[in-house]
Design a protein around this ligand. Sequence first.
Ligand SMILES: [Zn+2]
Length: 636
Amino acid sequence: MNCCKVLLAGFLFLCLMGPDVAAQGARPSLLSVDATEAAIGLLHAHFVFPASPGEISIAYPKWIPGEHAPTGPINQVVRLVFTANGKQLSWRRDEAEPFLFHVQVPAGVNQIEADLDFACEIGGGFTPAVCSSHNELVLNWNLVVIYPTAFPIDRNMFKASLKLPKGWRFASPLPIEKQNGDEIQFGMVSLKALVDSPLLAGEYFETFPLGGDHPVDLDLLSETPEGLQITAEQKRAFANLVAEATALFGGSRYAHYHMQLTLGDSIDHYTVEHFEASENRMPARGLLDPRILPTSGSLVPHEYIHSWNGKYRPPMNLDNPSYLDPVDGSLLWVYEGLTDYYGNVLAARSGLWTPEQFRESLAIDAAQMATHPGRTWRSLQDTTTGAQLLYNASTAWSAARRSTDFYPESGLVWLDADTIIREQSKGAKSLDDFCKIFYAPQDGRRPKPYTFDDVISAMNMVWPYDWKAFFRQRLDSTSPQPPLDGIERSGWRLTYSEQKTELIDQLQQTRKIDLLWPLWEKSDFTDLRYSIGLLLNDDGTVLDSAPGMAAYKAGIVPGMQLIAVNGFKFSLPVVETAVLKTKTGAPLEMFVANDASTYLVKLNYHEGAKYPQLSRDSTHPDILAAILAPKAAAKK
Ligand SMILES: [Zn+2]
């Protein structure tokens, strides 16, 4: 095709796509965000969209990358007004797609404007909509952006600017065109790149370079000035993480990576991955209280790994050209499962965890899957295919229904695969070799979608085995037994102790319930799922009850409340002690409230307290030690 034909084809293409496409193609959409009221949670966005007379369709992002679900927080949009030449325009919501608006563009107009107010949530759960505090802002741009739908998101160009509260500092992967005090003008990027570039801003902010083959910065935002006092040891662990991850994947695929970490009790919780950044949050004393970082040891490694696993290589049909189209979650056992596995492994290799802390976390994962009888009716595969339903599902009934527990269960499957390769190759090969092959650079930084068969063929390049049958059997299983072969092959066994491990203790003391899979509520809690089958918060509310366990058999189900245990008013120590004493023959009677009615139930349980741990099996070599040994230093 010669150049004249290219020009003619381009003209015909624009004509066929309609007038608003042609107009938008010539000029980018402009977005100005006024965040000067971030301290009270109000973000004001102003847009200028190229347009032509007739109808223009404008969308709010619905399927959010990294959330794998239609979770765009549209109900926090508290004002949306379209105008042209100062006059308000009429619009209507699409009858079939509530995230889509149709706006009538009057004659003689070549652009329209829009004003959108977004109200950050206060408190709340695992959502980016909890986005500001009195001195912090964590801006995922999908919260405040609307966009014409005529172009795919990677060709829908935006120029964004931001006005911050006076004196706040910021970091973002976006290119900066100019800065005038608190006002920043970013360079033109696609809508996809904009949404993939979270921004941190606040009063107390510091950046620490972490090295890497391409630069990685630790962007630290804190609610308090003392929160920024990262220790040399902590800094070294994050730098080790960069070295270990790039060693694992044979180099980085990003140009410059921002490892963003926000410390703040008001906005603690949410994390999400991006190609050149990750957005991580921890409590205000996250780096000061030595008990907290171990409870979040795999948090930053997990999101960082997604730069390779998920962003550089997404599953086919997950990286969609539109935020209105459903994503296919059927390969999330790779996207999230392999990331879960290596997030834990790299936490140990980098020193964010000791090997013992890795094992304590693995024991929790394994034990939780063992108390999810939902496995007998719902396969691992179904939890990923139906992930969009499970991300917003209640904690209540998660043992029976299952949850997004494909993270830990897939992690166990990948450990199984890793130990098979290591055992059969006598230590010459490992899953690390799969990472180098599967995530190897090809054709620049463009995403390389993959299929199930691509995974199998890369596994076979590492070590010949019937990997198709291996994964299908584990993905489609409805056995009550979780896949623990990897733990056993690595020289360890899941056992239970009357004593809590240090990690369980730290989770209870410092992180409330929010990091204990799959729970996101914040309250003090006790996890008795491995003994009587109950997960309880500090007022006795039954958050979950595992079918088949003693409490469930006695008729205690989620939503009920324990009022008293063995005649004593309910408290967490009272119930834990009562369960412990059952081993010496003490009874276990609970006075329970079920909405308006109350009654006494007796549990048939005599096995005492049970908390998961891994115990060494000396009949097998300790393959886990080889997996967790640092690798980056060995390469130097
Ligand atoms: Zn993830």
